[in-house]
Design a binder for this molecule. Structure first.
Ligand code: BEZ
Length: 220
């Protein structure tokens, strides 16, 4: 049987690996960039490709959404800084959309490998479409991977960010398809006493003692 090589993949809950990189806004140290703010770090397979252009444009167009939620953007691909600059300029000239957030020129694949963005059976030279949500403490909180031929969903990226921030704020969990303004899940009771309390609770929408929801309003 062929031996499977175990590749390094950061996981949810891990400290985001630190790195220094050449980017379109200058040389950056990730831990400095991440200081006191969330970072959405995302890779794209290649500059001057159609799906990537639509995705990068969607990120750029949501600049104020992310800024309002204390979140910085950072792109990456295994292309040179010259290619990045030419692409940013080309998209600006053709569509008026400007990628003002830093895009890492990861020619030596250092960051792609550090973040498990290279999935060899998909491509050994281009990063897959990864999205890492990293909180202000530098912890990876959510990871998405998409293949080369399917673009990401910006609505889901925004929803996921707001859900993470809301769950932190209310110290609760959020149910399937949760959207801003909807109820949150109250953590299930862990003792018989808590269960009794829960059963007698009149404030929550209660399906059963372990599945109760409460109003949280709009927290972020
Ligand atoms: C694209 O962004 O269009 C693309 C990039 C790499 C492979 C396939 C599609």
């Amino acid at each position: 049987m062929e031996e499977q090589q175990v590749k390094f993949m950061p996981r949810i809950g891990d400290k985001a690996p630190d790195f220094e990189a050449i980017t379109t806004t200058g040389n950056l140290k990730f831990s400095d960039y991440n200081k006191n703010s969330w970072v959405v770090l995302f890779s794209h397979p290649a500059d001057f490709t159609p799906v990537c252009t639509t995705e990068m444009s969607a990120f750029a167009e949501e600049k104020s959404f992310f800024a309002q939620r204390n979140t910085k953007l950072m792109g990456l691909s295994i292309d040179s800084i010259h290619s990045h600059l030419a692409w940013v300029n080309n998209v600006k000239e053709k569509t008026g959309v400007y990628f003002s957030f830093p895009i890492i020129a990861d020619l030596d694949m250092k960051v792609s490998k550090l973040y498990g963005m290279l999935h060899d059976n998909e491509s050994s030279t281009a990063a897959v479409r990864a999205v890492f949500f990293i909180d202000p403490k530098g912890t990876i909180r959510l990871i998405m991977y998409y293949p080369l031929n399917v673009g990401r969903n910006m609505e889901e990226i925004k929803r996921a960010l707001v859900a993470l921030q809301t769950a932190d704020e209310c110290k609760c969990a959020l149910p399937v398809n949760w959207k801003v303004g909807e109820k949150a899940i109250v953590p299930p009771p862990k003792t018989l006493e808590e269960m009794e309390e829960r059963i007698n609770n009149t404030e929550y929408e209660m399906i059963d003692f372990y599945l109760a929801k409460k109003e949280i309003g709009v927290l972020v």
